[in-house]
Design a protein around this ligand. Structure first.
Ligand code: FNR
Length: 343
C-alpha cells in the first residue's frame, strides 16, 4: 500500500463512528455556576496568544491531511473555511511531499487559499532538520508542529520501530528553525514526564493531543484487520488528564488542548484548565464531508457564538478569565489525580 492510500484510509476510518466515543472525560469537569456574572456578551473578547503568535480566536483546525489529489481537495475546503473565519490551521504530515515534490501542491493549496492566515507545517520527529525547514518553507508556515505518534507507528505493520534521538531533533528544531515549534500528540495525550522532557529540550508550546476523539490505535487496528493490539484502543491519557498533568508539571509551556473536543462547553473547560488554544480535527473533517467549506464555516461561527455566550455565563471577558472559574473534577480523572499526587 502506498503512503497516499494509507492517508486516504485514515480519512475514511476517522469518519467512521467507532473512531469517536460519545462520552468524554470533559463530562467529569463541572464549572461552578455564578448567578451574578456582571458582564455582557458584547464585552467578550476571544483573542489569544500562542507564544508570540497572536490569534483572533482560540480555535485551531488541527493537522489532518494532504499528500494526494483527494486529500488536497479536503485541504482546499479546510483552508477556505480557515481563511473565511480567521481560524488557525495545521496541515497533515508533509513527509510524503518532502520525498516526492509532485505532492506539494496538496499542501501549498492551504497557503494559496489563505495568504494571510496563521498556518502550521507538520512533520514527525524522525525527519531531518533540513526537511523540517523545507516543510515550513513549502507553505510559508507560521509555526511547525512536530507530531509524536509512537503507538500508531507500532501498531502499523509498516510503521517505524525505532524512536531514539527524537528529543535531540526536537531540541535542534527549537533552536535552529526560524519559526516556533509546537510538539503535539495525535490522540494519546501527554503526562508530566513528557512535559518535563520537552521543557528540558527548550520547547515552549505543546499540543496535548489527548485520548477521547479520533483514535489512531483503533484506526490502525482496523487497517491491520487481524485484530491484534485491540487492547491498546484505550491506551494513553485523555485530553482532560493531559491538561491536569500539564498543570501539575507547572512547566513554562503554552498549551493547545486537542483530542475529542465536542462543543463550546468543552472549549471553555479547556480554557478554565489553562489552555491557550483549542484544536479540532475529526469534527472539522466531518463538517467538510457533510457540506464542504460552507458547513465548516457555519460550524466555526456557531462554536464562536456559543463560546461568547458561555464565557458570559461564567463572568469571563477574556479567555484567560476562565482560569478563575472554580471547577470540580470527578470520576476516573479524579482517581488518576489522586494516584498521581495531583491536587
Ligand atoms: C490526524 N491527525 C494528525 N496529526 C498530525 O500531527 N499529523 C497528521 O498527519 C495527522 N493526520 C490525521 C489524519 C486524520 C484523518 C485525522 C482525523 C487526524 C491527528 C489530529 O491532528 C488530532 O491530534 C487527533 O485527531 C485528535 O483530535 P480530534 O480528531 O479528536 O479532534
Amino acid at each position: 500500500m502506498t503512503r497516499e492510500q494509507r492517508k486516504w484510509q485514515h480519512v475514511e476510518l476517522a469518519l467512521r463512528a467507532d473512531a469517536r466515543p460519545e462520552t468524554s472525560d470533559f463530562d467529569e469537569v463541572r464549572l461552578v455556576h455564578r448567578s451574578l456574572p456582571e458582564t455582557a456578551v458584547k464585552d467578550v473578547k476571544l483573542d489569544t496568544a500562542l507564544g508570540d503568535l497572536m490569534l483572533s480566536h482560540p480555535l485551531l483546525i488541527n493537522a489532518m491531511t494532504g499528500g494526494s489529489a483527494q486529500t488536497g481537495e479536503i485541504n482546499r475546503e479546510l483552508a477556505q473555511a480557515a481563511a473565511e473565519t480567521g481560524t488557525a490551521m495545521a496541515v497533515g504530515s508533509q513527509r510524503a511531499a518532502l520525498v516526492d515534490g509532485r505532492l506539494q501542491s496538496s499542501f501549498r493549496i492551504v497557503r494559496e487559499m489563505n495568504p494571510r492566515g496563521v498556518i502550521f507545517a507538520n512533520v514527525g520527529a524522525d525527519v531531518s532538520l533540513d526537511d523540517m525547514a523545507r516543510a515550513v518553507e513549502m507553505i510559508e508556515a507560521n509555526a511547525l508542529q512536530i507530531h509524536l505518534n509512537v503507538p500508531q507507528e507500532l501498531i502499523m505493520p509498516e510503521g517505524d520501530r525505532s524512536f531514539s534521538g527524537y528529543l535531540r531533533t526536537i531540541e535542534q528544531a527549537v533552536t535552529r528553525l526560524s519559526v516556533p515549534v509546537i510538539v503535539k500528540e495525535v490522540g494519546f495525550g501527554m503526562a508530566r514526564e513528557t512535559y518535563r522532557q520537552l521543557v528540558d529540550a527548550g520547547v515552549r508550546i505543546v499540543d496535548v493531543g489527548g485520548r477521547g476523539g479520533t483514535n489512531f490505535a483503533w484506526i490502525e487496528r482496523e487497517r491491520r484487520g487481524d485484530g491484534r493490539y485491540a487492547y491498546l484502543s484505550d491506551h494513553g491519557q485523555s485530553t482532560l488528564v493531559s491538561l491536569l498533568e500539564w498543570q501539575a508539571a507547572q512547566a513554562s509551556l503554552v498549551c493547545v488542548a486537542s483530542g475529542g473536543i465536542r462543543h463550546a462547553l468543552d472549549i471553555v473547560k479547556a480554557h478554565a484548565l489553562g489552555a491557550a488554544v483549542v484544536g479540532i480535527s475529526g469534527k472539522a473533517l466531518r463538517a467538510v464531508q457533510e457540506g464542504g467549506a460552507a458547513r465548516l464555516i457555519e460550524m466555526i461561527y456557531g462554536e464562536l457564538d456559543e463560546l461568547r455566550v458561555l464565557m458570559t455565563l461564567f463572568g469571563a471577558r477574556h479567555l484567560r478569565d476562565m482560569q478563575r472559574v472554580p471547577l470540580l473534577v470527578r470520576g476516573e480523572a479524579r482517581a488518576w489525580c489522586i494516584d498521581r499526587g495531583i491536587d
